[in-house]
Design a binder for this molecule. Sequence first.
Ligand code: SF4
Length: 135
Amino acid sequence: MAYEADPRIPFPYSATPTACRAEPELFAYEHGDSNSDDITIRVDQATTACAACPLAPRCLKWALANPDLTQTGIWAATTPRQRCTLRQRLIDRLGPDWVAIVAEHDRRRSGRPTPRVLTAPDGDAPEAVPAASSA
Ligand code: SF4
């Protein structure tokens, strides 16, 4: 099944290749992977690379907003289990639609227009439409 990224939290763009793009195998990780020295060393290397990455704060936000796309792997120095914990904290603090609250906060800080969210009449998932492109 193909999952769509939540359009409210765009993935941060970088013209400079990030470590995860340059060496994606370093960031491969699944819950239940053994605690072998090899994996521990690799995860340490990935989290160290993330710690030095200028995209890390926005990468983490995107990873948390897109659980279906980030079920595996190291994203912004977090494991899948750590992201589950962080998501639950956001839900506890901001409610189940925490992504909308965070996206609106980001929009206000950036001065971007508010996207209109359309709900299909057949009950399909809502679709965000940038205000500038609305008719
Ligand atoms: S913070 Fe995100 S974009 Fe940067 S190296 Fe880590 S996983 Fe890649």
